[in-house]
Design a protein around this ligand. Structure first.
Ligand code: SF4
Length: 415
């Protein structure tokens, strides 16, 4: 009999028994990922002046409620099930520092469900898990600690409703992202459930051209083979569609996609029919939304450059970078040590897949520097980034910062 101590998949959400998190566990998470530097800056109005540098922090950044919860539960599992093997079914979140810390605590990445024994503990990440994998784990009889975020479960409920009502789900998301993979599985769990994943407005345009009849579906065979559910028939399956989003997509793009699809359905079926054939619910989570709103506010200031800290495979972090890159020079760094010196930085440009090196990125003179971080980035990483920037610029950390604030910091080489 499987032991489900914190189960949150959509079908069992009602019966979920949450693993209680001890205060000591919460303190351990804070100790590992919190930052006194960031706390200090928060308390003084999100602005910090150090010599020639003025840092402007976004009003909302860093760990979201889903990530906080996932880490609490993973740490609690380690404490409570000491001595037992604990697996994670994938990265708990998209941040290299956090994943390395969990590995150091002995929480191992699960390579193959066949390796799991009934004595083991399996932690399901905040993104959720495909329904078939969850079923396999249940059959093993292991202890499941499910940290799937409530906002992801909200998307699952939405797509289940679409499928039950005979609508094809259009998912605005990244096809192979863990969250979208789990969401696709929820669609297929409903008999007759169908989906198409569109990554962006460009792919939506292709879909819209098939809906309106501007383009024969056969010309997009490759697209549907890659992005649609098995056996998808564009002629049969696009008569009723419902839009949902991966929770971390760019809000403005999701809105534009909804409008484009609504317009296509209106062209195809007319104004009167469209409300019966097209549904759209914004399932971008509130944490993603407020971080994007905060960057939009931050960009109203006269910034010389902006640094975004977070994993390169983090969807929400990437979108913050895309927003900023349209306005000012923007550097998305995975970890603070990407700042090699005032001359050299390693970073991933917006809309590109690979990290590159740029030189001459930190100009001389007074600088206004914007800072933000994704929902999966610990405050400690942002605090260390500030210290690294201060030292790269040849300045000294404020005397008011305690020794503890800079104790773990590895100084950046000069010049
Ligand atoms: S980004 Fe949103 S959906 Fe993802 S874990 Fe955080 S709150 Fe949940």
């Amino acid at each position: 009999m499987v032991s489900q101590v914190a189960v949150r998949s959509s079908e069992v959400a009602m019966s979920r028994a949450r693993l209680p998190v001890q205060a000591a566990t919460r303190r351990a998470v804070d100790c590992d990922f919190g930052s006194p530097v960031i706390e200090t800056i928060r308390q003084q109005g999100y602005v910090l002046r150090v010599g020639r540098l003025t840092f402007h922090l976004a009003r909302e950044f860093g760990f979201c409620y889903g990530v906080d919860d996932a880490l609490d539960l993973a740490y609690e599992a380690r404490r409570r099930f000491a001595g037992r093997t604990i697996y994670l079914t994938g990265e708990i979140i998209h941040n290299p520092t956090v994943n390395a810390r969990l590995a150091a605590l002995g929480i191992h990445q699960l390579e193959n469900i066949a390796d799991v024994t009934p004595q083991d503990v399996v932690v399901i990440p905040a993104f959720g898990l495909p329904a078939s994998d969850l079923e396999q784990l249940r059959n093993v009889g292991c202890t499941l600690v499910d940290t799937t975020c409530g906002s992801v479960v909200h998307v699952w409920k939405r797509v289940e409703r679409y499928a039950r009502d005979g609508f094809t789900t259009i998912i605005h998301g990244k096809h192979d992202h863990e969250e979208t993979t789990a969401t696709r599985s929820q669609v297929l769990a409903i008999p007759g459930g169908r989906y198409v994943v569109v990554r962006d407005l460009q792919e939506t345009e292709q879909l819209a051209s098939v809906i309106t009849g501007l383009q024969p579906a056969a010309t997009l065979r490759d697209f549907f083979a890659r992005a649609a559910s098995p056996g998808f028939n564009p002629t049969r399956d696009l008569g009723k569609i419902g839009l949902a989003n991966q929770t971390t997509m760019l809000a403005s793009e999701s809105l534009a996609i909804a409008e484009r699809l609504r317009a296509a359905m209106t062209v195809r079926y007319g104004e009167d029919e469209t409300p019966f054939r097209f549904r759209s619910f914004d399932t971008i989570c509130s944490a993603t939304q407020v971080r994007q709103d905060a960057v939009a506010e931050l960009l109203k200031r006269p910034l010389d450059l902006l640094v975004v800290v977070g994993g390169y495979n983090s969807s929400n972090t990437g979108h913050l970078c895309e927003m900023a890159a349209a306005v000012c020079p923007t550097y998305h760094i995975a970890t603070p040590d990407c700042i090699v010196s005032a001359e050299l930085i390693r970073h991933k440009p917006a809309f590109q897949a690979q990290e590159i090196e740029s030189s001459g990125w930190l100009p001389p003179g007074r600088l206004n520097i914007g800072l933000t971080s994704g929902a999966s980035t610990p405050d400690r990483a942002l605090g260390d980034t500030i210290l690294r920037l201060v030292q790269a610029a040849g300045e000294c950390p404020p005397q008011s910062w305690t020794a503890r604030q800079v104790a773990d910091f590895d100084p950046v080489p000069a010049g």
